[in-house]
Ligand binder design. Structure first.
Ligand code: ADP
Ligand code: ZN
Length: 791
């Protein structure tokens, strides 16, 4: 395949990209000027800009030694000196001259071919501007760590006798003599906090030790053959399907874009079981006829084994995979396979949006509404949004798919920015499951004496649900029980003094897991053995309050003792391959009732499932988040969609204390449009996305007082900043500073300031101003553009 000239066009024209989404969705105006003469084929660059994957704010200029001038290209990795270190950088632009007085030289070229093509570099620049992050950090997000070598400082002892002063110096020398040489970092760890830097520099000055930079000799070149990926499992073939009319129409609407290329965004809106996956597969086939490759993103690969099967089956030997369950060696192998163009389709989770795919002709985002596309640490990007940006940069079509589209995407269809493609009914016309809403208040009133979990039903299962489960089991059908909370008891409380056991590192109560006889923090992973001894009053009176999936599993057995019950949540799937094993048992009917968290709501297509029970549907509704209703509606429809996919009709029972809420009312009738109509009015009234933009500024630090002070002074400065500025300012609202809903996480205290406004650029300016107010210190600032996590 030939490299598409489209990549180059952006450089030649000094890419100007205007308003990818106009001013209501993502918005960014930026222009990039690159030395155009440098792009000529025979240009020999004397200087280059090198972006360094780390916090270095901007690319640095380096001189190119004669010997590299002919072969060096933009997008190649080079080894460069940085301070006292040697680091990997990526050539981001050529420059013919420089006025800087002292310019250091490139030490080595690490690739024979560019490993990042122009469009990926361009994407890095876009990310850097839009998410207010140094270009180097964007690069670090795009390039896997194994592709970034760094020198490490090694300390060695020299022969000879030296006059050593003090215990520390003697310890250092003794340690070095026993080991020959040692990493400066590990020396630091072994003798931490004892002024070793001073001691070391004295030792260097008297010649007793030497410190040098070493870099691993294993140079990983782009052309080098990597061991072939392990043989792919072969998957029993399914026969070629005849498309439904809606599927055919959807593909027809995309035909021109798939065949000719060009940027366009499609939203494939189809109820669960309507055959969206088949449309993806055909679209991939279509672009591969044009010798173009495809990228398909899914929220989590391990949760969608069926999609993986279908891809492997349709494109044997041609599928590359990138996801978090790979070891770094596997990831490295996959990355090069993909970069060398050895696969035609790449299936991946969030970070696969950066896969270095040559001749990429189609980007698919399955379950586009899913919040796991949002990266919540480090550079907080949204892979779904970046898919659209990458499509635009590459001039290729983007296909988003969902049964419950995000409010933003559906809104974009109404504004005609995206083209909607509808799959209106289930394949083979199965009806959508019948949804019943059970008012838990009513159920409790009718059986006031029923203690928790008694055979009367109590608070876990309404009588209606128990009856339905028993009947369904008798018929030999499968049932699914959904509760988005794992563990046995929600938290432990003292029956005498009321003390609640909390995580020592977070402002969160600890959850009791009975199988493990431990209490866990679901936010930081802290764990300790269970004891019923109350730390506050010293009585053995700590008792569980509330319930999770583990408790449900046990309760179920009391009603249906003969049922084969399984549980699928993070506790039962943490081991490698555990999820897939559980899923296969479920698929084969070896599990009759499956209890689980939202893991069970995704992508499962099991024909035997005819009943779905939703235990506490209100859990997600009560979160302090403007997307709470949207998430609740989405998860309900997703989980309901697991029922009735086979020959028998499905039934869904939703238990709630808020039966009148519109999320439940419209979920009961599978009425996305009406839900959207209500929700969009709420968003419009309050100026939330898609009618306004948000940037969350989060400050955290080890001392509560420092964080609060910094947050307050930053809030005041930002308010002054907007009142001093002219028009546009009145459209910005600054909410807070206030403590985050989770005030303390992993020992760090957290405050936040929410910036809200009609347009993006002034908000980004304000966030940049905030960045200037928060130099490195004991309080850190995290900027979250288009935030999803409001906790
Ligand atoms: P979705 O992704 O919309 O939930 P799927 O693509 O999983 O739906 O399709 C649901 C089921 O219907 C799958 O078992 C799939 O193999 C089957 N299917 C899809 N398209 C067709 C078709 N045109 N004819 C017959 N069966 C189909
Ligand atoms: Zn914790």
């Amino acid at each position: 395949m030939v490299k598409s000239p489209v990549f180059l066009r952006f450089f030649l024209y000094g890419a100007r990209i205007y308003s990818l989404y106009s001013n209501r969705g993502l918005l960014l105006l930026f222009s990039l000027s690159v030395d155009k003469s440098a792009m000529m084929a025979d240009a020999r660059p004397e200087f280059v800009q090198v972006a360094i994957p780390s916090g270095v704010p901007a690319p640095l200029i380096y001189r190119v030694p004669e010997r590299f001038q002919e072969s060096l290209q933009i997008g190649m990795r080079v080894l460069v000196p940085l301070g006292t270190r040697k680091v990997t950088g990526v050539v981001s632009a050529f420059a013919q001259h420089s006025t800087l007085p002292r310019i250091r030289e490139i030490l080595d070229m690490m690739d024979d071919h560019p490993i990042l093509d122009a469009s990926l570099l361009e994407l890095c620049r876009w990310i850097s501007k839009y998410y207010i992050s140094p270009l180097g950090e964007a690069l670090a997000t795009v390039l896997p760590p194994t592709l970034r070598l760094e020198s490490q400082r090694m300390v060695t002892a020299r022969d000879g006798s030296f006059a050593l002063k003090g215990k520390l110096e003697r310890e250092i020398v003794a340690l070095l003599q026993s080991r020959k040489r040692i990493l400066l970092k590990s020396l630091g760890n072994q003798l931490s906090g004892r002024g070793i830097n001073r001691a070391l520099s004295r030792l260097v000055s008297i010649g007793a030790v030497e410190i040098e930079d070493k870099i691993k000799t294993d140079r990983r070149r782009a052309g080098r053959k990597e061991p072939a990926a392990e043989a792919e499992e072969t998957v029993p073939g399914r026969k070629q399907l005849k498309l439904t009319a809606d599927q055919g129409a959807a593909l027809q609407s995309m035909e021109e874009s798939l065949a000719m290329g060009g940027f366009a965004t499609f939203l494939l809106y189809g109820v669960t079981g309507s055959g969206k996956t088949e449309v993806y597969l055909r679209a991939i086939e279509r672009v591969s006829k044009q010798n173009k490759r495809s990228l398909i993103l899914v929220p989590e690969i391990s949760l969608t084994p069926q999609l993986k099967d279908r891809l492997l089956n349709r494109f044997p030997g041609q599928v590359g995979m990138l996801h978090s369950a790979l070891t770094s060696a596997e990831r490295y192998t996959q990355w090069w396979r993909i970069a060398r163009g050895e696969v035609n389709v790449v299936l991946g989770a969030r970070s696969a949006i950066f896969a270095p795919i040559p001749d990429l002709g189609l980007i698919i985002v399955d379950e586009e509404h899913d919040t796991s596309y949002k990266q919540e640490e480090g550079l907080r990007y949204n892979a779904r949004d970046l898919a659209v940006v990458r499509g635009k940069l590459l001039s290729c079509p983007v296909l988003l798919g969902s049964a419950t589209p995000s409010i933003e995407s559906y809104h974009n269809c109404q504004l005609k920015r995206y083209q909607r493609l509808d799959l209106r009914s289930r394949v083979e016309e199965q009806s959508l499951p019948h949804v019943e809403i059970v008012d838990l208040r009513q159920d409790l009133m009718e059986q006031p004496a029923a203690p928790a979990g008694s055979s009367g039903g109590g608070i876990f299962f309404s009588r209606q649900l128990i009856k339905a489960l028993q009947e369904n089991h008798k018929l030999g059908h499968q049932s699914l029980i959904f509760l988005n909370r794992r563990g046995f008891a929600n938290f432990l409380q003292c029956k005498l003094c009321g003390f609640v056991l909390r995580c020592p590192q977070c402002s969160i109560s600890l959850t009791y897991h009975r199988n493990e006889q431990s209490v866990f923090c679901h936010h930081c992973g802290f764990r300790k053995p269970f004891s019923d001894l109350c730390p506050s009053c010293d009585n053995s009176t700590l008792a569980g309050v509330g319930f999770g999936t583990e408790k449900l599993e046990e309760e179920l057995l009391r009603f249906i003792p003969e049922a084969k019950i399984g549980r699928m949540d993070r506790d039962t799937t943490s081991k490698r391959g555990a999820h897939e094993r559980l899923f296969r048992q479920w698929e084969k009917g070896e599990i009759e009732i499956l209890v689980g968290t939202q893991m069970i709501a995704k992508g499962h297509d099991v024909a035997g499932v005819t009943l779905v029970g939703v235990i506490s549907a209100d859990l997600s509704l009560n979160l302090p988040d403007f997307r709470a209703a949207e998430r609740t509606f989405q998860i309900l429809l997703q989980v309901a969609g697991r029922a009735g996919r086979g020959a028998n009709p499905g039934r869904v029972i939703v238990q709630t204390y808020l039966p009148d809420h519109y999320s439940f009312q419209f979920a009961a009738t599978h009425d996305y449009e009406s839900f959207f109509a209500s929700e969009i009015e709420f968003r419009r009234d309050l100026g939330y996305p898609p009618f306004g933009r948000l940037v969350q500024l989060r400050l955290d630090g080890l001392k509560a007082k420092d964080v609060e002070q910094k947050a307050r002074s930053m809030g005041a400065s930002l308010r002054r900043y907007i009142t001093n500025r002219d028009k546009g300012a009145e459209q910005i609202e600054i909410l807070g500073p206030a403590p985050a809903p989770i005030e303390k996480l992993r020992n760090r205290y957290r405050w936040q300031i929410l910036l809200k406004g009609k347009k993006g650029p002034p908000l980004l300016d304000l966030a940049k101003a905030a960045q200037g107010l928060c130099p490195q210190g004991n309080v850190r600032l995290h900027i979250d553009v288009d935030p999803y996590n409001m906790l």
